[in-house]
Design a protein around this ligand. Structure first.
Ligand SMILES: NC(=O)c1ccc[n+]([C@@H]2O[C@H](COP(=O)([O-])OP(=O)(O)OC[C@H]3O[C@@H](n4cnc5c(N)ncnc54)[C@H](OP(=O)(O)O)[C@@H]3O)[C@@H](O)[C@H]2O)c1
Length: 251
């Protein structure tokens, strides 16, 4: 039997929120696995730094500034990626924000709209636009959160948006499956990034979070990357519509 390929040689991947955190880790790992990569986030300069890292690996890279919550900017991003790279094989909807509201009554319309725009509206629009260009065997990966299944008052808007992302994953997988395009989500538990670490006020709170995880620790972004590489590559050629829990065994 021929072993399934985890490589991405000859493929073009677009990673939103690629300037830092998990997005940066995935963009660089995909390049190491052979992909050319489009790195997008609001700050084009920060994306350009990641693009330089990818070029140093020997792959082509394109940095694009884009607010994924903006319908028209999503159109420009996909058009720029396809034109600049000559096609598209993998879309990773990774850009996300999780502002914490004080209470249900304290949620402003601005907080609600921005949270839903970045975590749900953007991924929906980008998936729709990418679907017109993704080659057969193409893969859409949505970065979701355990919060989508275990919401708390502090995560209510974020959790609802990520639950919507889970629904989008299943619905889009059904529509795009006949075209040979797969759509899956990674439902992440907590993992260390600068943003995550800043959001945890004390070491005691981080320890309390870890104590509720079977593996008794918070993940590193590199531990999410392997699953993303699996979903991007032909190793997962028969997987679509899946919501893969990657949470260290959250209790
Ligand atoms: N870290 C965790 O514990 C955790 C757990 C579960 C799920 N997740 C999910 O994992 C993903 C990555 O998280 P992370 O911790 O790596 O986040 P991060 O370090 O805060 O990075 C977020 C990325 O998204 C970009 N971004 C933010 N708003 C954007 C917008 N409107 N348009 C385009 N790009 C935007 C940021 O760049 P710019 O500022 O340049 O735009 C940055 O590149 C998110 O979807 C998050 O919800 C994280």
């Amino acid at each position: 039997m021929t072993l399934p390929p985890f490589r991405l040689d000859g493929k073009v991947a677009l990673v939103t929120g690629g300037s830092k955190g998990l997005g940066r880790a995935m963009a660089c790992a995909f390049a190491e696995a052979g992909a050319d990569v489009v790195v997008a986030s609001r700050k084009a300069d920060a994306c350009e730094e990641v693009a330089d890292e990818i070029r140093a690996i020997g792959r082509r890279a394109l940095a694009v500034g884009c607010h994924v919550g903006d319908w028209l900017e999503c159109e420009t991003l996909i058009a720029t990626a396809v034109e600049g790279m000559g096609g598209l094989d993998v879309l990773v909807n990774n850009a996300g924000i999780a502002p914490v509201p004080p209470s249900l009554g304290g949620i402003t319309e601005a907080l609600f709209d921005k949270t839903v725009a970045v975590n749900l509206k953007g991924p929906l629009r980008l998936t729709a636009l990418a679907a017109e260009h993704l080659r057969t065997g193409g893969s859409v990966i949505n970065i979701s959160s355990l919060s989508s299944m275990r919401p708390t008052p502090h995560t209510v808007v974020y959790a609802a948006a990520k639950a919507g992302l889970n629904a989008l994953t299943r619905a889009a997988s059904q529509e795009l499956g006949p075209k040979g395009i797969r759509v899956n989500a990674i439902v992440c538990g907590p993992f260390h990034t600068d943003s995550f670490d800043r959001s945890i006020p004390t070491a005691e709170i981080a320890e309390a979070m870890a104590s509720r995880i079977s593996l008794r620790r918070i993940a590193g972004p590199e531990e999410i990357v392997g699953t993303a590489l699996f979903l991007a590559s032909d190793a997962s050629a028969y997987m679509t519509g899946a919501l893969l829990a990657l949470d260290g065994g959250a209790g």
